[in-house]
Design a protein. Structure first.
Length: 725
C-alpha cells in the first residue's frame, strides 16, 4: 500500500539580496533541490519566489535560500513597494555630497600629500557606506563560492580604492579615489531609478488589494455596527450605503441599486442589482441602500482570486527567457576572467603601467550587466499583466505572450460570446390545424426540466402570454439535440427542426435566415409546430471583429445552431467564417481540425461545454461572465462580458512579447559591444559605471511603455475607470 501523497500548495517568499539573473538561477536551483518542491520560479523584478510544494513547512524553503547566501521570508503586502528605493536614495545622497568635493579636489586643486589624504577621507564613506550593499552582496556570494553583479561592482570599486590607498601610503601620486567614488555614485543612481521603475511596474497587484474596503457595517441584533474588514465573516449581513464599497462577495437580500465594477472588469458601465443578485467585494454601490448577505471573505473573494492570478502570471517565466538564464549562469565568472586577461594584456603586451592596466580591467568589470539580462523579461511581464488587469484582462502565465505570436484565426463561440446569451421567445408557428398557444404550452412543459438559456426563454415566453403549462414528468435532455418529457402519457420533444414536412421546414428556414433559432415540437413523434428564440448580437461584436482583422487575424464562429441562423448572425458581426451545427463535444474537434491545417487558434468561449476547446486551443480565452470551468481551462480570462477585450488581450500580449524580445536583444547587444570597448581601453571606468546603470534602467523603462496602452476605438473615459490601479 503506497503512502498518501501530500496535497500540493503554492508558497510565495520575498527574497532579499538578489541583484541579477545569476542570483535568480542560484535561488531557483536551491529551491528546486529541496524535498517536496515540485517547481520554483524566482522573479528578479518583484524579488519573489513562487514555489509549488507538497511540504507543509515553510522553514526548509527559507533555509534553502539562506544556504546559498540570500534572505527569505513569507511574502507580505505590508512592505512599501518604494522601501528599496528609499534605502538606495539615502546612500545616493551621501555619495553625491562626498563625491563632488572629491572631484573638485582631484581636478581643480594642485595635488599634495594633505590634499590626497583629504580625498582619501572623503572617498572612504562613499566606498564603505554608500557602496556597502554591493560589498555585502559580494562577500555573501563569495562565502558560498558564487559570483554576482555585486561581485563585479565590489571588485571594480575596491580595486580602484585599494590601489589608491596603497599609492598614498607609498608616497605615489597615481590615485583613483575619484574613479572609485564616481563608480559607486553612478551605480547608486541607476539602482535608485531601477527600484522606482520596478515599483511602478508592479503597482497593479498592490493597487487591486488597496481597492478593497477597509471596514464594514453589519447588522447585529437589528443594530448597525462598524467593524474592521478583518473581522467580517461569512453569514454576516452587511449594510452598504450609497457611494460605499461592498466589503466582500455576497448576495443582495434587500434593496436595489447599481454597482460600479470597473475595478474588476475594466468596463465603466454600471450594473443594476436587486434581491437575489450576486455582488463582489470592492465594487462601489450606486444610489441605493443595500443589505448584502456575505458569502465569501478574505482570500476566498473574487478580488483575492484576481490578485492571485495576476501575481502568478507576474511570477511566471516566458519560454524565451531560458536562453538568458543559460547565459547568466556563467556570465559573471566569464567577465571576471576577461577582466583578469585585460589586466595582464595591458601590462605584458601594451607595456602599460599597473594603474592604467587596472583601470581598463575595472572598466570591463563595470560595463558588464547581468542585471539587464535578469530584468528584461520579468519587467515586461509585470508591466504587461498589470496594464491588462486594469482593463479587466487576466493572463494566466507568461507563456501566453509567446503563444500569441503566430495566431492567425480567432474562433468565437456564438451564444454568450458573439451574442448576449439572453434568449427571448420570438415566434411560435403551429402546424396546420394546430393551436399556437397549445404548441407553446407543450414546448414549455418539455423544457421546464432544463436550465439551458433556450429552455428558460420558452418557459418564460409561455408565462408572459399567460398560458397554463401542463405538468410533465420523465424529463431528459439530449445535448445539442433537444429536450423531451412525458405530458399526459404522451412524449413531447423539442429539438432540431429536422425531418419536418415541407411547409414547416420552409418556415424554419425563413426563421433561421432572419437570425432566429427555430426548434420543432413533436407530440408522440408527430411535428405540431415551431418555436423560435432570438439572441441579440453584442453591440461591440462588429467593432471587435474589425479590430481583429486589423491585427491580420481571421475570425470564425462556431455554434450548434442552424447554418442559416449562424450565417445571419455572422453577417451582422462581419465574421469571415461559420462552423455551424457543431455539437458541444464537436468544438474541440473543430479546433483540432484547424490546427491540423497548420492554423494557430484562439478559442473564445464562456460555457461549461467550452472547457475542452479552450484547453485544446493554442490560446484559450474565457469570458469572465461565463462558468468557472471555462475560466479554469483558459489561458486568458476577460473579467467583463465585452468581447472587445479579445482584441485588447491579443494586441497587448503581442506588444508585451515584442518588449521582451527588445529587452533581451538590447541586453545581449549591449554586452557584446561594450565589453570589447572596455577591453581595448575605449571606455573609462566612470563611463562604464554610467553605462551599466543606464542599461538596467533602460530595460525597465522600455517595459513601462506597456502601461500607456489604450483601447483602440474608445474614448479616454473607458480607460479612466481603472487608471488609478
Amino acid at each position: 500500500m503506497s503512502a498518501t501523497r501530500a496535497p500540493e500548495r503554492e508558497v510565495v517568499l520575498d527574497i532579499e539580496g538578489m541583484t541579477c539573473a545569476s542570483c535568480v538561477n542560484k535561488v531557483e536551483k536551491a529551491l528546486n533541490g529541496t524535498d517536496g518542491v515540485e517547481a520554483a520560479v524566482v522573479n528578479l523584478a518583484n524579488r519573489t519566489a513562487t514555489i509549488k510544494t507538497s511540504s507543509p513547512e515553510v522553514k526548509p524553503l527559507v533555509e534553502a535560500v539562506e544556504r546559498v547566501g540570500y534572505g527569505a521570508r513569507p511574502h507580505t503586502t505590508e512592505r512599501s513597494p518604494h522601501e528599496e528605493e528609499r534605502a538606495y536614495l539615502v546612500r545616493l545622497i551621501v555619495a553625491v555630497v562626498l563625491t563632488l568635493p572629491v572631484l573638485v579636489l582631484t581636478f581643480l586643486v594642485r595635488p599634495s600629500d594633505q590634499t590626497m589624504r583629504l580625498i582619501w577621507a572623503l572617498a572612504t564613506p562613499v566606498e564603505f557606506y554608500a557602496g556597502w550593499p554591493f560589498i555585502r552582496g559580494a562577500s555573501r556570494a563569495a562565502r558560498h563560492r558564487a559570483a554576482t553583479m555585486d561581485t563585479l561592482i565590489a571588485i571594480g570599486s575596491l580595486a580602484a580604492y585599494g590601489y589608491s590607498a596603497w599609492s598614498v601610503i607609498a608616497g605615489q601620486k597615481e590615485t583613483y579615489f575619484d574613479t572609485a567614488a564616481v563608480i559607486v555614485t553612478l551605480i547608486l543612481v541607476g539602482k535608485t531609478l531601477e527600484a522606482r521603475a520596478r515599483a511602478a511596474a508592479g503597482d497593479a497587484a498592490r493597487a487591486l488589494l488597496e481597492r478593497g474596503a477597509k471596514d464594514a457595517t453589519i447588522l447585529v441584533g437589528g443594530e448597525e455596527r462598524r467593524i474592521p474588514i478583518e473581522d467580517l465573516r461569512p453569514g454576516n449581513m452587511a449594510v452598504v450605503r450609497p457611494g460605499e464599497k461592498i466589503p466582500a462577495d455576497g448576495i443582495v437580500e434587500v434593496g436595489a441599486s447599481w454597482v460600479d465594477l470597473s475595478m474588476l472588469t475594466g468596463e465603466s458601465v454600471p450594473v443594476d442589482v436587486g434581491p437575489g443578485d450576486e455582488v463582489v467585494g470592492a465594487s462601489i454601490n450606486g444610489h441605493g441602500r443595500l443589505l448584502v448577505f456575505i458569502s465569501k471573505v478574505g482570500g476566498n473573494t473574487r478580488l483575492a482570486e484576481i490578485v492571485r492570478l495576476l501575481q502568478r502570471a507576474q511570477a511566471s517565466k516566458a519560454p524565451i527567457q531560458r536562453l538568458a538564464d543559460r547565459v547568466s549562469s556563467v556570465f559573471v565568472p566569464i567577465v571576471i576572467g576577461v577582466a583578469l586577461a585585460t589586466l595582464g594584456g595591458w601590462v605584458v603586451l601594451a607595456d602599460a603601467s599597473p594603474g592604467t592596466a587596472l583601470l581598463h580591467s575595472v572598466a570591463v568589470l563595470l560595463i558588464a550587466c547581468p542585471c539587464a539580462l535578469g530584468l528584461a523579461t520579468p519587467a515586461a511581464i509585470m508591466a504587461g499583466t498589470g496594464r491588462a488587469a486594469q482593463l479587466g484582462i487576466l493572463f494566466k502565465g507568461a507563456e501566453v505572450f509567446e503563444s500569441t505570436r503566430g495566431i492567425d484565426i480567432v474562433l468565437l463561440d456564438k451564444t454568450g460570446t458573439v451574442t448576449e446569451g439572453v434568449m427571448e421567445l420570438a415566434d411560435v408557428i403551429p402546424a396546420p390545424g394546430r393551436d399556437a398557444d397549445r404548441v407553446l404550452a407543450l414546448a414549455a412543459a418539455a423544457e421546464s426540466g432544463s436550465e439551458h438559456p433556450i429552455a428558460r426563454a420558452v418557459v418564460e415566453g409561455a408565462g408572459a402570454r399567460g398560458l397554463t403549462v401542463p405538468d410533465a414528468a420523465e424529463h431528459a435532455v439530449r445535448p445539442g439535440a433537444g429536450a423531451l418529457a412525458s405530458v399526459g402519457g404522451r412524449e413531447i420533444r423539442v429539438g432540431r427542426p429536422e425531418g419536418l414536412p415541407e411547409q414547416l421546414a420552409a418556415r424554419a428556414d425563413d426563421l433561421a435566415a432572419g437570425g432566429l433559432t427555430p426548434f420543432a415540437v413533436w407530440d408522440d413523434g408527430r411535428p405540431i409546430g415551431l418555436v423560435a428564440v432570438s439572441d441579440r448580437v453584442k453591440a461591440e461584436a462588429a467593432r471587435t471583429v474589425q479590430r481583429l482583422h486589423e491585427l491580420e487575424v481571421e475570425v470564425a464562429m462556431v455554434t450548434g445552431d442552424r447554418r442559416a441562423t449562424a450565417r445571419a448572425i455572422a453577417e451582422q458581426a462581419g465574421i469571415d467564417r461559420v462552423l455551424a451545427e457543431v455539437f458541444p463535444e464537436g468544438k474541440v474537434g473543430e479546433v483540432r481540425r484547424l490546427q491540423g491545417e497548420g492554423r494557430r487558434v484562439v478559442f473564445v468561449g464562456d460555457g461549461i461545454n467550452d472547457g475542452p476547446a479552450l484547453a485544446q486551443a493554442d490560446v484559450g480565452v474565457a469570458v469572465g461572465t461565463g462558468t468557472d470551468v471555462a475560466i479554469e481551462a483558459a489561458d486568458v480570462t476577460l473579467m467583463g462580458g465585452e468581447i472587445a477585450s479579445v482584441a485588447d488581450a491579443l494586441e497587448l500580449a503581442r506588444r508585451t512579447y515584442r518588449v521582451i524580445v527588445q529587452n533581451l536583444v538590447w541586453a545581449f547587444a549591449y554586452n557584446v559591444v561594450m565589453i570589447p570597448l572596455a577591453v581595448f581601453g575605449v571606455l573609462t571606468p566612470m563611463w562604464a559605471a554610467g553605462a551599466m546603470a543606464a542599461s538596467s534602467v533602460s530595460v525597465v523603462l522600455n517595459a513601462l511603455r506597456l502601461r500607456r496602452y489604450r483601447r483602440a476605438g474608445y474614448s479616454d473615459s473607458r480607460d479612466r475607470g481603472t487608471e488609478g490601479i
